[in-house]
Design a protein around this ligand. Structure first.
Ligand code: T3D
Length: 263
């Protein structure tokens, strides 16, 4: 049977493509397993220096597949949605935030429910003009999962976060840029080239420092200034001892392009 997650590599950029286009790449348990395995393989492979996440066909990801067998009611006649979150969405979200390389979402179409928050968990999001983001959860009596409750108020502030989560209204890619929710929106025909160019650009950068930056930003958001300054000193000390820093400074002095290798 065909892979539910397609894996490809161009240079140092690993591309993972959710591949259930007939159901807008919504998540089954089987697709979760394949995505976890693909993320683990990318994390372990030193030749990978950036990750690009996208969807096959006209959608990015429509969240949980509402027809998947995991959705079948238990003996009490109730669906254990919490178990699905613990088993599948929580490990996915943590894996994405702990990837040892920058992670870029290329949102090629609708991103709904957990699919929207999957994109927003990534380090950068580039969307096609026809793409959209929908916090679909409220319409079926759930709350935003896959990190939504944590991400949305941080990214948008409480008013927009709650408004989008309560209404489940569709947010266009252009509005998502305007709100600062995503990095960029480009015409659909330029999406693949634009996203790959950005992924290649990140892959050529000091990846170890980029990942340390992601981690420090998230940690500092829970700190006061003094704690954040101490965190910066601690992380900067480590980065300053890493070969990439020596290479960056030497390349600057020699007026040449640096060759970064750390990961
Ligand atoms: O266990 C748990 O539930 C816990 C996890 C929860 C996390 C979640 O993600 S909850 C939210 C689940 N997602 C949704 O509620 C979104 C449902 N989908 C939609 O609202 C719409 O499909 C979209 C707005 C995303 C797109 O609309 P549109 O008109 O462009 O496409 P469509 O015609 O609705 O969908 C195309 C096909 O994909 C269609 O199949 P068909 O009729 O051609 O055979 C549709 O049924 C299928 N599809 C879309 N989303 C899902 C889906 N099939 C299963 N599950 C889906 N989520």
């Amino acid at each position: 049977s065909e892979a539910l997650v397609l894996v490809a590599q161009q240079g140092a950029v690993r591309t993972l493509t959710l591949n259930r286009p007939a159901a807008l790449n919504s998540f089954t348990s089987a697709m979760h397993v394949e995505l976890r395995n693909a993320l683990d393989a990318a994390a372990e492979d030193r030749s990978v220096r950036a990750l690009l996440l996208t969807g096959a066909g006209r959608g990015f990801c429509a969240g949980q597949d509402l027809n998947d067998s995991g959705m079948v009611p238990d003996a009490d006649g109730r669906v254990d949605v919490g178990a699905v979150i613990e088993a599948n969405y929580k490990p996915l979200a943590l894996r994405l935030r702990e990837m040892p390389v920058p992670v870029l979402a290329m949102v090629n179409g609708v991103a709904a429910g957990a699919g929207a928050n999957l994109a927003l968990l990534c380090d950068m999001v580039i969307a096609g003009r026809s793409a959209s983001f929908i916090q679909a959860f409220s319409k079926i009596g759930l709350l935003p999962d896959c990190g939504g409750t944590w991400l949305l108020p941080r990214l948008l502030g409480r008013p927009m976060a709650l408004g989008l989560a309560m209404t489940g209204d569709k947010l266009s890619a252009e509005d998502a840029v305007r709100l600062g929710l995503i990095w960029e929106c480009v015409d659909d025909k330029y999406l693949a080239d634009t996203a790959m160019a950005m992924a290649q650009r990140l892959a050529a950068m000091p990846v170890k420092a980029l990942v340390a930056t992601r981690r420090a930003l998230d940690q500092a958001s829970q700190m006061d200034l003094e704690q954040a300054l101490s965190l910066e000193a601690r992380v900067q000390r480590d980065l300053g001892h890493a070969p990439d820093f020596a290479e960056g400074v030497e390349a600057f002095r020699q007026k040449r392009v640096p060759a970064f290798r750390d990961r």
